[in-house]
Design a protein. Structure first.
Length: 144
């Protein structure tokens, strides 16, 4: 339940990033900035859903304060920094920097998402059991 919902959100964020790259490659700078901002906001919202609800609930249920959720938070911080660097590069028309940072960011993001989808989300699904549907509803209710 959590796995499917969060995996779908990962895919949605990926599509927004692809839109930003495609627009910039087509020299549609304004469209690229808007698409990138949509990607950034969606990705940061995804991190918030995890950090403010999902991870906290998992940690409370399991008593596991370190481990996988701590590592995911650390990676979120790194990704936030890369997203901000990309935002600045785009704003300053440093398009080659944008693409270079973007390549690193996407590699890290794909690896991050894979760890969540293959390891963490299934653990959370098992931990929450029947409460998974309630958690999905809570995550859906979080304002974007």
């Amino acid at each position: 339940m959590i796995l499917e919902f969060m995996r779908d959100d990962h895919r949605s964020c990926d599509h927004l990033y692809t839109d930003a790259e495609a627009a910039l490659l087509a020299k549609e700078v304004q469209k690229a900035q808007e698409a990138f901002e949509a990607f950034a906001q969606a990705t940061l919202h995804h991190f918030d859903m995890e950090e403010k609800e999902l991870f906290l609930t998992f940690e409370k249920r399991t008593g596991m304060m370190g481990g996988p959720t701590q590592m995911m938070r650390y990676e979120h911080q790194q990704l936030r920094s890369l997203i901000e660097s990309m935002r600045l590069a785009l704003r300053e028309n440093r398009h080659s920097d944008f693409f270079g940072i973007g390549e690193s960011m996407m590699i890290m993001l794909q690896q991050h998402n894979m760890k969540e989808e293959q390891m963490l989300y299934p653990m959370i699904d098992r931990t929450l059991g029947d409460d998974g549907a309630l958690m999905v509803q809570t995550l859906q209710d979080m304002a974007r």
